[in-house]
Write a protein that binds this ligand. Structure first.
Ligand SMILES: Nc1nc2c(ncn2[C@@H]2O[C@H](COP(=O)(O)OP(=O)(O)O)[C@@H](O)[C@H]2O)c(=O)[nH]1
Ligand SMILES: [Mg+2]
Length: 306
């Protein structure tokens, strides 16, 4: 690891220290309690995983994998199981993980319920893209609250990128329309759209998002469009419920997991990816502009398990 990587990893590890306590230390206590890999050990491990944030489905998958690998590799000692679990989790998180490589202009539509960290994450992404030499425009399509536009403006000033905004209560679709025209005229590399997180019900959500998608389709069909869902790690299992709802309402192809700093619930990343089959693209590890990292499966698992 180079120095910068190391700094990122240290930050991630520090943020995930409570998750480590919650998950790894419990797993280790079962491993030390039992010496041999047998049914009693597996039952106990299953219980620990379920009561952590893994959830039933993912726990069953992990236990099945352990059983298979134990047989295949003729494992006997429980001490070997931690690495088997890590291996399973890295593979799980790496599935569908693909970097976006495109020559087209890009659009990132950021969705998620109120308070999860959409606006903050947009500020951080805008900053990162700008730092890497990209021309970025941000669309303030959360027109529901006046404060939302002000907050986004502040982030854009800090990041040094342009923002397209309208007054509170205006049509989010109109803002996106204007932003698309600006993106074309100014030849931006990436247009990032903020959205309101009004999640009364699925129909409502679909209506609001589908308007934006129609405009993108019609006005900017030449662009590469990503839809990233922001999930607040501190909400634990509820994050999975939100993610499922959004997946039904929109073509989500990436997730941003925020507030990993200081929560014990970072393990939620595993069942979310397992149940939704959507890759995590970024993780939020604090409130500062540089507190957003590319998601790296191996680093994430190492930070929790080492
Ligand atoms: N500790 C921490 N706080 C965060 C993170 N991301 C966002 N927040 C905070 O979460 C709150 C809501 O964020 P905001 O971006 O306004 O959420 P939005 O309603 O989805 O746009 C703010 O106080 C942010 O500072 C993160 O990664 N770590
Ligand atoms: Mg917001």
């Amino acid at each position: 690891m180079n120095k910068e990587r190391k700094g990122f990893f240290a930050k991630l590890k520090e943020g995930l220290s409570k998750t480590k306590q919650n998950l790894t230390e419990q797993i280790e206590s079962v491993i030390f309690q039992y010496k041999k890999i047998d049914d009693d050990f597996l039952d106990e491990l299953e219980e620990v995983l379920i009561t952590s944030d893994m959830g039933v489905e993912t726990t069953m998958d992990i236990i099945d994998y352990i059983k298979e690998e134990t047989k295949k590799r003729k494992l006997e000692d429980t001490l070997e199981i931690k690495n088997v679990i890590k291996e399973y989790l890295v593979n799980l998180l790496e599935e569908n993980q693909e970097e976006t490589v495109t020559d087209k202009q890009r659009v990132i539509l950021v969705v998620g319920v109120n308070g999860v960290g959409k606006t903050t994450s947009i500020g951080k992404i805008a900053y990162r893209l700008k730092q890497s030499g990209k021309k970025v425009i941000v669309a303030a399509a959360d027109t529901f609250r006046a404060a939302a536009v002000e907050q986004l403006k502040e982030w854009c000033t800090r990041a040094g990128v342009d923002i397209i905004a309208s007054e509170q209560g205006s049509d989010p679709g109109a803002v996106v329309f204007d932003a698309i025209q600006a993106a074309k005229a100014r030849k931006s590399d990436v247009l990032i759209c903020d959205t309101a997180g009004r999640l009364h019900n699925k129909k409502n959500l679909m209506n609001e998002l589908s308007k934006i998608f129609k405009i993108l389709d019609k006005e900017f069909s030449e662009a590469h469009i990503d839809v990233y869902l922001v999930i607040d790690a501190t909400t634990g299992q509820n994050g999975i419920v939100q993610a499922k709802l959004f997946k039904e309402a929109a073509n989500i192809n990436g997730m941003i997991l925020t507030k990993l700093d200081g929560t014990a619930k970072g393990g939620i990343a595993f069942p979310i990816v397992n149940e939704l089959k959507i890759p995590i693209k970024y993780v939020g590890v604090g409130e500062q502009i540089d507190d957003l990292q590319d998601f790296k499966a191996q680093d994430f698992v190492d930070a929790i398990f080492e």
